[in-house]
Design a protein around this ligand. Structure first.
Ligand code: AMP
Length: 592
């Protein structure tokens, strides 16, 4: 019988936790004191790459493995801290030789391979702002983001370039250079990239020097640009600064409980914020070894990695856990995980059954935590020594002040002071990894704040013990496999099809991936709905947006419900789809 709470026996933990007493640590915490965990640049200033790589490479951990790369064809390569320092220096030299420097935007579109890590770290060193993109995006989301971010340079693979970038190049006039990584993919039949208008990264790296003087960046200088989706309009480019490293360091310590000898594995895609903050930065800040697996999800393969690489700290996501659960306990029981001591999950609600499944099948419960692109790092977490309430996201980490607010249109925000409360989750602004703006969208940025509070757009409940529970999104943004999808971007791609008059997109609950994208489409006058047209529209969206973003289902409707002011009522479509009460229809246009 599963209880409502999982208590921890601290004496039975294999290592003393970094945070034994969450309440005392939270009360006694100060960011100024925490800053002692970072070194700062020798000449003054702060640069993420120096903290993550060089300070270890110049000290006792020079020969310690920083990255262990497992390639899709089964090869294994260890890169130690000093090698990572030299290789990222080379990349920074390549950038400089091409005239890319302070403040320039470098986009990276490639899977989990060494060049991605070198591009991110080398860009930090050169003072450039780096923006990793999701390689499952189709040509349109890629071009939109490079254009919005005014990308000056793109690093990608030869096959991704050919399939997703080359045809859109004219729509990205800011792009001065494209650096190609050779394909390992045998089907691409190319060992050296050879596309017009591109340069071969390997050749440039071979010629570059191992020495580089890191740009003297300050904590408030921009370092990272992450795109996230809203309900309306174009994606939002959230800008993060070098000073964010302090949050990454502290959360690596408290939320992930990283210790120097850990073998750590973050399974997030590098194109999303978790893949950068916790797939690259946090583990390197702690000088640990990160496993980087190039292959896609496969249950048996993942268990083998956990076992053979002796992973000790594992950071993954609910969709992946549900897929492992589906593969059955028999498969898990063929493997042993004696080195594993902490499992965390993020990105979407983690069902209580999944927490218990971890305890029963893997021998460790799964610790849910919460954050978002804008927060830059973990804010609320179930930590190693805290009792877990399965289904809850945990409690605010040291340095984070969370609250629940009542946020109604045209009324001032009200902070709910009762211990138990339900409403919008808000955070007191000022933690180091807080985003500093949405590129070119000042009004949208301003609207995220009320006084000193940052409004997260998530609805949550706080219980009497101070645990936070996810309730839902306050907006129409869709979460599929942990990835945020903006309905507007999907609707716009559908509307480009000549048969479509209007489109509205919702997230339809799905047991495995959280939500799938479902589109409602009304057709232009004289065009008949048919199965052939449905298949054509699905194919059209997939080609433009990529499989991860495109709708999985399309329904035809004669007209879409709109408010009198002309806004499509996605909420009503969703309520009808799910057979839920339709709510307040007073603003619905006649006849819809
Ligand atoms: P992103 O900015 O893409 O990382 O998405 C952030 C959003 O994912 C949050 O605002 C939540 O809606 C959702 N999310 C993240 N972590 C959790 C969690 N532990 N439980 C429920 N939802 C989550």
């Amino acid at each position: 019988m599963h209880t409502k709470r999982i208590d921890k026996d601290l004496a039975a933990l294999p290592l003393p936790p970094n945070m034994r007493d969450r309440e005392a640590a939270w009360r006694g915490f100060s960011w100024d004191e925490a800053r002692r965990g970072l070194s700062g640049l020798p000449g003054g200033g702060l640069n993420i790459a120096y903290e993550a790589v060089d300070r270890h490479a110049l000290g006792e951990r020079a020969g310690h493995t920083a990255l262990r790369l497992l390639s899709a064809d089964g090869r294994r390569r260890n890169i130690h801290y000093d090698e990572l320092r030299r290789l990222s220096n080379r990349f920074a030299n390549v950038l400089t030789s091409l005239g890319i420097g302070r403040g320039d935007r470098v986009f990276v579109l490639c899977g989990r391979r060494l060049e991605l890590y070198l591009a991110v770290l080398g860009s930090f060193k050169a003072g450039a702002v780096v923006s990793p993109l999701f390689s499952a995006f189709g040509p349109e989301p890629i071009a939109t983001r490079v254009q919005l971010g005014q990308g000056a340079l793109l690093v990608t693979t030869a096959s991704l370039y050919r399939r997703k970038v080359a045809a859109m190049r004219a729509q990205m006039p800011s792009l001065r250079h494209v650096l190609l990584v050779g394909d390992d993919d045998a089907s691409a039949n190319l060992s050296t990239p050879n596309e017009p208008g591109t340069l071969d990264l390997g050749q440039l790296m071979d010629k570059a020097s191992d020495d580089f003087a890191i740009a003297p960046t300050r904590p408030d200088d921009p370092a990272l640009l992450h795109f996230t989706s809203g309900t309306t309009g174009t994606p939002k480019g959230a800008l993060h600064v070098h000073g964010a490293a302090l949050t990454h360091y502290v959360t690596g310590q408290y939320a992930l409980d990283l210790h120097p000898q850990d073998i750590y594995w973050c399974t997030a895609d590098p194109g999303w914020v978790t893949g950068t903050s916790y797939g690259i930065i946090a583990p390197l800040l702690h000088g640990v070894t990160s496993i980087i697996d190039e292959a896609e999800f496969d249950a048996e393969h993942w268990y083998r990695i956990l076992q053979e690489e002796r992973v000790s700290v594992w950071y993954t996501a609910p969709t992946a856990i549900r897929m492992l659960m589906k593969a059955g306990p028999e498969l898990a029981h063929q493997f042993h995980f004696p080195a594993l001591r902490f499992i965390a999950s993020v990105g979407e609600p983690l069902n209580p059954e999944a927490v218990w499944w971890g305890a029963d099948v893997l021998g460790l419960p799964i610790h849910d935590n919460w954050w978002q692109t804008e927060t830059g790092g973990i804010m609320i977490a179930n930590t190693v020594a805290m009792p877990i309430k399965p289904g809850s996201m945990g409690k605010p980490l040291p340095g984070v002040e969370a609250c629940i607010v009542r946020h109604q249109a045209d009324r001032p925000i009200e902070v709910l002071s009762d211990a138990e409360a339900v409403g919008e989750l808000a955070l007191k602004a000022g933690w180091p990894s807080m985003f500093r703006r949405y590129l070119g969208q000042d009004e949208r940025y301003r609207k995220c704040f009320s006084g000193e509070l940052y409004l997260t757009g998530d609805l949550a409940r706080r219980d009497a013990d101070g645990y936070y529970w996810f309730v839902g999104r306050a907006d129409d943004v869709i979460k599929s496999s942990g990835h945020l999808i903006g309905p507007f971007e999907v609707e716009s791609a559908l509307m480009e099809h000549p048969a479509v008059a209007e489109a509205a997109v919702i997230g339809k609950p799905d047991e495995m991936v959280g939500e799938v994208v479902k589109a409602f489409v009304s057709l232009k006058r004289g065009i008949e709905a048919s199965e052939a047209l449905r298949a054509e529209l699905l194919g059209h969206a997939r080609k433009r947006l990529g499989a991860a973003v495109a709708p999985k289902e399309i329904a035809f409707l004669p007209t879409l419900p709109r408010t009198r002011s002309g806004k499509i009522m996605r909420r009503l479509l969703k309520a009808r789809e799910l057979g839920l009460p339709e709510g307040d229809l007073s603003t619905l246009e006649e006849g819809a």
